[in-house]
Write a protein that binds this ligand. Structure first.
Ligand code: PYC
Length: 416
C-alpha cells in the first residue's frame, strides 16, 4: 500500500509539479559574507556544514558556477577506503571513513553507505611488496588491511580469473575490509540540505571571475552576479583549482587531467567487493541497483575535456575481461569524465596561504570524493580557529618549496 501510495504521489508530483519540498532554499545573493566558499561539491558543502554545525559560523556563502555536485562530486566512482601508504594519508582518510559511517544519522539523510571490503590486486612481485608495505602502515595506524593470496581473492570474487595462466596473474591482494561505496549525489544533497537548514546560503550558477586582494589580504570576490565583500575565501574547486588560485596570486603545482568512468546495464548482485588493479588501470564495484561502475586511470594528456573516448572504453573492456572473463556479454550504458587536479606527490593541498584569508582545499587528483567529509571538517576548523588542525598539517602548500612531500602515488587506485 505504501508503495502504491508513493508511486501515485510520484505521478502526481510529476504531472502537477506542485508540492515538492526543495532540499535547500534559493536565497538572495548578499553583498557581503564573512566566509565565501568557491565550489559547491562535497568539499565546499562539507566545509560550510561543519563551519555551521561545529563552530556556529552560519553566515557562509557557497558559490558554484554550475549546479551543486555537478563537478567531481557527481562524476567519481564513489569508492571509500583508508588503506593509504603514508601515515599522514592513512589517518586522514580513516577519519573520513568514520564520518561516512555516521553520515546518515548525522545528516538525517540516507547516503547509502555500503561497507563492501576493498581489494587492490597485485600482479607482480613489486606490487605485492607495495601491498605489504601498505598493510604494515595501515595496521600500525589501527586500520584493518592485510595481504591475502589468490585463493582468498577467488573466495571473495569467484568471477576473478586467478589461474596461473592469466595474462596478468593475481599473485595476491591488499584486502581492506572497511572499504566500500556510497551514493555520491546523496552525499552532496545531504550536506547541502543540512547546511541550508543551519543558515548557509547556497548559490548555484554563480561564477567567480576574480578575487580581490589588498595589502596581502583577501577583501572580496567578483562574480557573474556582482561583487561580494569578504575577508575569507576558500578555494574548494576541482578542475579549476589553479585558475581560481591564480586569481588570488597563489600559483599551484597542479596539472589537470580528465578521468573517465563508465557504467553497465544492471545485473543481479554478484560482486560484493570493490576490486582495483593498479597495473591494469581499472577498478570496479557493483551498485545497489546492480550496475557495474568502472573507472580507469587519468587520460594521458593534460586537458579540461569531459568528453568520453573510444580509446577509454576499448582499453577498459580489455582490462576488465582479463580480470573477469565472464563479464564479456555485459553492455556498457554510459560513460563520462571528471577533472582531476594532480599534484607532484599525489597528495592534496589544504590550509592557509601567504595571502591572508585565502584558504586552499584542492589538488584532489583521483581521490577527492572519499576525503570530502574530513577535508570539510578540518577546513572548517582551520577557518574558524585560524589554526591548522594536526590532521592536515602535512598537506600545506609550503611542502613543495620545503621538499616535504607526502608520497602517495603507490596508494592511488591506479597511480602506477
Ligand atoms: O583512490 O580509491 C581511489 C580511487 C577510486 C577511483 C579513483 N580513485
Amino acid at each position: 500500500m505504501a508503495e502504491a501510495y508513493s508511486a501515485l504521489a510520484l505521478l502526481r508530483h510529476g504531472v502537477t509539479g506542485r508540492s515538492w519540498t526543495p532540499m535547500w532554499r534559493e536565497r538572495p545573493l548578499e553583498r557581503g559574507y564573512p566566509v565565501v566558499i568557491i565550489g559547491g561539491g562535497v568539499h565546499g558543502l562539507a566545509t560550510a556544514y561543519y563551519l555551521a554545525a561545529n563552530h556556529g559560523v552560519t553566515n557562509v556563502a557557497v558559490l558554484d558556477k554550475g549546479y551543486l555536485g555537478g563537478g567531481g562530486s557527481g562524476r567519481n566512482t564513489a569508492i571509500l577506503r583508508s588503506n593509504y601508504l603514508t601515515v599522514e594519508g592513512v589517518r586522514f582518510y580513516d577519519r573520513s571513513l568514520e564520518l561516512y559511517r555516521g553520515m546518515a544519522s548525522a545528516l538525517n539523510f540516507n547516503v547509502m553507505f555500503s561497507r563492501r571490503g576493498h581489494l587492490t590486486l597485485a600482479h607482480s612481485d613489486t606490487s605485492l611488496r607495495t601491498m605489504r608495505w601498505r598493510a604494515e602502515v595501515n595496521k600500525a595506524s589501527g586500520v584493518d588491511s592485510e595481504v591475502i593470496g589468490p585463493d582468498e581473492v577467488k573466495r571473495l570474487v569467484p568471477e576473478m580469473d586467478t589461474s596461473a595462466t592469466a595474462r596478468y596473474p593475481v599473485l595476491g591482494a591488499l584486502h581492506h575490509p572497511p572499504g566500500g561505496i556510497v551514493r555520491h549525489d546523496a552525499v552532496v544533497w545531504g550536506y547541502a540540505r543540512a547546511a541550508d537548514r543551519l543558515g548557509v546560503h547556497l548559490h548555484q550558477h554563480t561564477e567567480v571571475t576574480g578575487i580581490e586582494v589588498s595589502g596581502g589580504r583577501v577583501t572580496g570576490v567578483r562574480t557573474n552576479r556582482g561583487p561580494i565583500a569578504t575577508p575569507v575565501v576558500l578555494n574548494a574547486t576541482a578542475g579549476w583549482a589553479s585558475t581560481v588560485s591564480d586569481m588570488a596570486g597563489v600559483p599551484l603545482p597542479v596539472q589537470t587531467f580528465p578521468l573517465q568512468a563508465a557504467v553497465t546495464e544492471p545485473v543481479k548482485p554478484f560482486l560484493r567487493t570493490v576490486v582495483v588493479s593498479g597495473t591494469l588501470h581499472v577498478y570496479v564495484s557493483q551498485t545497489a541497483r546492480g550496475e557495474l561502475v568502472f573507472g580507469a586511470s587519468v587520460d594521458p594528456f593534460a586537458s579540461y575535456s569531459t568528453r568520453g573516448s573510444l580509446e577509454f572504453t576499448e582499453g577498459l573492456a580489455g582490462h576488465v575481461l582479463q580480470l573477469m572473463p565472464s563479464l564479456a556479454k555485459l553492455r556498457l550504458l554510459r560513460q563520462w569524465a571528471g577533472l582531476c587536479d594532480m599534484t607532484p606527490d599525489f597528495a592534496p593541498v589544504m590550509g592557509a596561504t601567504d595571502v591572508a584569508g585565502f584558504f586552499l582545499d584542492v589538488g584532489w587528483g583521483t581521490y577527492g570524493f572519499k576525503a570530502g567529509p574530513v577535508a570539510g571538517e578540518a577546513m572548517a576548523e582551520c577557518i574558524a580557529t585560524g589554526q591548522t588542525p594536526e590532521i592536515i598539517s602535512a598537506f600545506g602548500l609550503d611542502r613543495f618549496a620545503q621538499g616535504r612531500l607526502v608520497g602517495e602515488k603507490g596508494a592511488a587506485a591506479v597511480g602506477h
